[in-house]
Ligand binder design. Structure first.
Ligand SMILES: NC(=O)c1ccc[n+]([C@@H]2O[C@H](COP(=O)([O-])OP(=O)(O)OC[C@H]3O[C@@H](n4cnc5c(N)ncnc54)[C@H](OP(=O)(O)O)[C@@H]3O)[C@@H](O)[C@H]2O)c1
Length: 249
């Protein structure tokens, strides 16, 4: 298990997300875990899900060290029944979800013509359909309350094309398109939908890998972008964030 470094924090600063309830899908490791830690540092109650119980429990213990209520639950974001259960238990334990981070995702690379139909379904269901399913489960209560933040983690692979990226890029381009349309549907309800498109991030995720991981983004860089999105002034929103490492990997 990769141990994440210290989140961005200023011990003297007022906690800006006190009272918020954040659900982060795929919060058991990598980028999702860093986002969960950062939102906890800011004072939000945090719910995380994943499929690997050991990783999930370790992440939950880690996030709880910041002194906020934490709920962790085994849930597969491709399964509507798991999602319904996750949302219901989160809201019972922590209160209405005010921040949803659709982060869970998988990578699969290689020429699309060499891949199978189950490969396509696995990637598209995890990276794209899950955002439709989880957002659909959370949006009604946000609409009732007239506020909320939904942040979808896409990728620069959702803006670019490259050899071997076919299925993954299709999923992440889909996330960018879905996010833009969700933003238009939900802004009149006071709900802000943002999409974050990071370049290569040093996690266990990618078999492609950055050429030089010392120059890749860190999970904390993405968590910082999420912080920027959720602490943006209430009358505006960051609709699309392209996050690049300063020096090219
Ligand atoms: N790493 C990069 O270079 C990079 C760059 C741009 C964007 N991204 C995107 O950032 C997100 C996080 O990536 P990462 O690098 O942090 O990957 P990671 O370290 O592999 O973590 C992925 C997370 O998603 C969860 N997950 C996967 N499938 C799931 C499912 N069906 N149901 C519930 N949880 C599931 C995993 O938990 P379990 O395995 O326990 O289910 C894990 O917590 C992904 O959407 C990815 O596409 C990554």
């Amino acid at each position: 298990m990769v141990r994440t470094s210290k989140p961005n924090q200023d011990p003297g600063e007022k906690k800006s997300l006190s009272g918020a309830v954040a659900l982060i899908t795929g919060g058991s490791r990598g980028i999702g875990r860093a986002i969960a830690r950062q939102l906890a540092v800011l004072g939000a109650s945090v719910a995380i899900c994943g499929r690997d119980i050991a990783a999930l429990e370790e992440s939950a213990r880690d996030v709880a060290e910041f002194g906020v209520p934490v709920h962790s639950q085994i849930a597969d974001v491709t399964r509507p029944a798991d999602i319904a259960n996750l949302v219901s238990k989160t809201e019972t334990k922590l209160g209405p979800i005010t921040i949803l981070v659709n982060n869970a995702g998988i990578g699969l690379f290689g020429p699309a013509h060499e891949k199978s139909e189950p490969d396509w379904d696995r990637v598209l269901d995890t990276n794209l359909k899950s955002i439709f399913l989880v957002s659909r489960a959370v949006a009604p209560s946000m609409i009732r309350r007239g506020s909320g933040d939904i942040i979808n983690i896409s990728s620069l692979a959702g803006k670019n094309t490259f050899a071997g990226g076919g299925i993954y890029c299709a999923s992440k381009w889909g996330v960018v398109g879905l996010s833009g349309c969700m933003a238009e549907d939900l802004r009149e309800h006071g709900i802000r939908v943002s999409v974050i498109c990071p370049g290569s991030v040093a996690t266990e995720f990618s078999t492609r890998g950055a050429k030089d991981t010392s120059k890749a983004l860190s999970p904390e860089d993405v968590a910082h972008a999420v912080e920027a999105v959720v602490t943006q002034g209430p009358r505006s929103f960051l609709s699309e964030v392209h996050l690049r490492p300063l020096r090219k990997p």
